[in-house]
Design a protein around this ligand. Structure first.
Ligand SMILES: Cc1cc2nc3c(=O)[nH]c(=O)nc-3n(C[C@H](O)[C@H](O)[C@H](O)COP(=O)(O)OP(=O)(O)OC[C@H]3O[C@@H](n4cnc5c(N)ncnc54)[C@H](O)[C@@H]3O)c2cc1C
Length: 470
């Protein structure tokens, strides 16, 4: 969320007007924010005239959580119960992943799936059916959601799961808030041995080497690549691939305060010392976006690539460094300047991934607009959720400063993504056309029909859903 929004959501106000944006700081809209203190206030918001959409922590990049009127879900932030026999946590939708980690990692539990920021709400993670560095092994966030309590347009609450109100469940995981408001959910956590990750970095020289390394290390529980999207020619697609697994308690000599506490065997109850790192440097609101240009980005890419040793290197790193490197720089989105940025994240099926990535990367390097944050990931099979982004293949995510020519570049990328049978991620989008969306998401019409049948289209709308005709 933009910092324009009053940060203290605990004040019992019935609603206020403010400017809102997603993480990309574009678009910025004037909106009425109605805090969801409890089911009753939420119901009142729904009964009032007009449409609205749930707003979590504003970590989606574009306009998925933007509308004239939003329900601020952060006040619903209680963890309600935990069952250590199967790791089932029941919590309200406004709970942050950071709070789950802070509470449960010391007890030896961690999220089954986590996106690259922990400042995401549980509701936002379900609504975008987020994925992490282990999609090829663990699927999406929704794979580990046992049930969801969902408030519909008339204020009634329905429990949905894979065995109950199944359609609603598959439409809600990945449904971007358009099937109702997630009030609370039961999510499964995984037991972990430490708060350290054994990380192996593989340096590759080109795109073929990058794909080969991903396939060779397919069994690594976590994998992700930083890819150089500036260098073309024989260096096109050169990368640093980070592979990871939880370090065992014995070899968890990671960053300070991140090792398992040693105890006598009789006392051992999976207790892990974990101190979350601070949010570090704060980027000023007026940071000059001009500092980020083709020259500084090229320099960053070259230095970052050169810094890593040739071949493979290994070591232990703290869990936050591995999963959430960007969270260390508070408001890092401001480095793009006031006009903001857009992320373009697309995925291609495995059969077309190599050729598609090659052509798309060449288009990006040619444009000379490439970002310094470009992430390539391997994905496992698609799930049954109607609008979930992942499919078996590879995805690439790139941040771009908003600048002249960017829309033209995105249009060219769209054409290539269609050519290679891919799709663009809704949680990162602020400009996709309905045509592009329909091509990429074959279950879009099923989703539309369900919304219509339940009268959800009359109440739940975001700027994105209006643009996409949902
Ligand atoms: C640095 C960074 C890294 C990221 N890395 C990844 C990644 O690795 N993988 C990935 O998949 N995503 C990633 N994301 C995207 C992010 O995880 C998703 O956009 C997520 O949905 C944001 O959650 P939020 O709570 O901020 O929700 P918001 O951004 O506020 O909302 C996102 C959507 O969820 C809906 N929503 C929110 N709360 C509810 C609710 N209670 N009920 C119903 N609908 C609701 C909103 O209406 C909206 O459509 C990243 C984002 C950032 C900024």
């Amino acid at each position: 969320m933009s910092e324009d929004r009053p940060p203290d959501h605990k004040h019992p106000v019935s609603g206020y007007e403010t400017t809102l944006s997603g993480w990309g700081r574009h678009p910025v809209v004037r909106s009425r924010v109605e805090p969801a203190f409890d089911r009753q206030t939420l119901k009142q918001s729904l009964q009032a005239e007009g449409q609205l959409i749930a707003f979590g922590q504003g970590r989606s990049y574009g306009d998925s959580a933007l509308s004239d009127r939003v329900a601020d879900m952060r006040p619903l932030d209680r963890m309600l119960s935990f069952d250590a026999s199967d790791g089932l946590l029941v919590c309200e939708a406004g709970v942050l992943l950071a709070d789950v980690i802070g509470t449960f990692l010391p007890r030896g539990w961690f999220l089954r799936v986590t996106p690259g920021t922990k400042y995401t709400t549980i509701g936002g993670a379900i609504a975008a059916d987020v994925h992490g560095k282990n999609h090829h092994k663990a699927g999406c966030f929704g794979t580990w959601v046992k049930w969801i309590d969902l408030m519909l347009a008339d204020g009634s609450v329905v429990r949905c799961s894979t065995g109950q109100e199944t359609e609603l469940f598959h439409a809600t995981c990945g449904g971007m808030g358009l099937t109702g408001i997630i009030i609370q959910a039961g999510i499964l956590l995984q037991p972990v041995p430490s708060a350290s990750i054994r990380q192996t970095t593989v340096k590759t020289r080109d795109l073929a080497g990058t794909f080969e390394a991903f396939e060779t290390h397919h069994d690594a529980p976590y994998s992700v690549a930083w890819i150089d999207c500036i260098s073309g020619g024989s260096n096109l697609g050169r990368s640093l691939i980070m592979l990871g697994d939880f370090a065992g308690p014995g070899d968890a000599a990671g960053e300070s305060g991140q090792t398992e506490t040693r105890r006598a065997p009789s006392q051992r109850k999976r207790t892990i010392d974990y101190t979350p790192p601070g949010q570090g440097v704060r980027i000023p609101d007026a940071f000059p976006g001009s500092l980020l240009n083709r020259h500084t980005i090229s320099l960053f890419n070259a230095l970052y690539y050169r810094k890593a040793p040739r071949g493979q290197s290994s070591g232990n790193v703290g869990l936050d460094s591995f999963f959430y490197p960007l969270d260390r720089l508070r408001n890092w989105n401001r480095i793009y300047g006031r006009s903001g940025m857009m992320q373009y994240q697309f995925i291609l099926p495995k059969e077309t991934s190599f050729n598609g990535m090659e052509e798309i990367l060449a288009e990006i390097t040619k444009s000379r607009m490439g970002s310094f944050l470009a992430v390539l990931k391997l994905y496992g099979p698609e799930n049954d959720h109607y609008l979930s982004f992942p499919m078996e293949g590879y995805s690439l995510a790139l941040d771009f400063k908003i600048q002249n020519g960017l829309q033209d570049l995105f249009d060219r990328l769209d054409r290539l993504v269609i050519k290679y049978n891919g799709r663009v991620y809704l949680a990162k989008d602020a400009r996709m056309s309905r045509r592009m969306f329909d091509r990429g998401y074959p279950r879009a019409d099923r989703f539309r029909k369900l919304r219509k049948a339940l009268g959800l289209d009359k109440k739940f709308q975001s700027m994105q859903s209006l643009r996409l005709g949902l």
